[in-house]
Design a protein around this ligand. Sequence first.
Ligand SMILES: [Zn+2]
Length: 375
Amino acid sequence: MTSNVITKQSFLTVAGKRFHYIWLRDNCLCPQCSHPTSFQKLYEISDRTSPPEPLSWEEEDGELRITWNEDPPHHSRFPVSWLLSHAYDEESEPGRTNQQPESASQSNEILWDKAWIEANISRLQEALVSDPQLWLNQLFTVGFTVLHNIESKDLQPMLESIGPIYSSDYGLFAPSKTTKEGKDLAETGKGMSFHTDYTYWHTPPLLTSLYCLENAASGGESLIIDGFRVVNDFRQQHPDYFELLTQTPIQFKQVYTKWEYFYCRTQPILELDNSGKVTRINFANSHSYSWKLPFDQMEKFYAAYTTFFSYLKNPIYQYCFSLEPGDLLLMNDSRIMHGRQPFTGNRHLEIACISWDFLQARQRFHQYQHLYVDR
Ligand SMILES: [Zn+2]
C-alpha cells in the first residue's frame, strides 16, 4: 500500500528557532493552561482528539500571539525572550547545544589537581561567609569551598540558609572526635583514606559540611581530591577498568551495634548520566567488604578497583590543609573525595549534610527567575 499523506508543516519559526505546534500548545502560558503563581501546568495535551493547529499567528512587540483552531478558539501569547530561553532547535545553529536548566549549573566545572590549587589558592581563599554567591559558585566550579571565622552559634543558621540539614542517627550534626569505642573510624585518631560519605545509605547526592570546633591535635590534616578529575584520567588510561567500575554493582555496608542498624546499599562505584558523564562517585574502603560478585568476575573487578584506589593515592591530585577552629569545609560529596592524616591529641569536628538538590535549585532559581517573574 502506498501512502499519499501530505505532510503539513507542524511548526513555526521565531527568531530563527523552530517550535512545534504541539510544543507551543502544550506550553501555553495563559492562566487557564499554566497556573499563574505556581507555574505548574494545568493543560493536559492528552485530552485533545486532534493535533493542535493555529488558525493564525503573529509576532509583534516582542510577543508571539497564536490563535488556535479550537472551539472556542484558544489564544496563546509567548514573550519571544521566554521562547528563546526555552528553545530546543539545535539544527538551526549547528554545533551549538542549547543549555537546559538541568545542566546549567554544571557548565563551568573546573577539574583540578594539586598544581591547579597551588596556582589558584589566593582566589579560592577569597570566599567569605558574607558572600554566598561566591562560595556557592566555588561549590559548582571546583566542588568545595573553605570558609573561615564562623562562630559555632552561626553554623546551623548558615547551613539552613541553603536548605534543611539531613538528619542521621547522630541527629543534625555528627561529631568527629576521638571516643573510647569509636562507632566509626572518624571517631578514632586513625588516618582515613579518600572516600565519599554515606555510600551505604540511600541518600540523595549530598553537600557535606565539616566544621572545626577544636584542633589541639598534632597531625590530622584534611586531604581532598577532585574525584571527577581523577576519574577523567583513569577513564583515558584504563577504559576497560573504567567500564567495570561503572557497570558492576557492589555492596557498601555499615553496622552500628549501638542503634541496631546494618546498612547495605548496592550500586556501582562510578555512576553515569545518560550522556556518559560521571555524576557520582561511591567509594569508601571502610564500607567495602565481603562483596558478593560472580566467581569469575571477582579477580577482574579487584584489578579495576585497586588500580582506581591507587590513583587516589597519587599526591599530584591531593590538596592538603589544616582545619582550624571556626573553619568550615563544604564539599560536593558526589565529586570531592576526602580523607585525613592520622592524629594524636584533641580534635573535634562537627559533620552535617544537606541534599545537593537544594544547592542546585537555589543556583538555578537565581539563573532563571527572570523567566518566571516577567512572563
Ligand atoms: Zn492557554
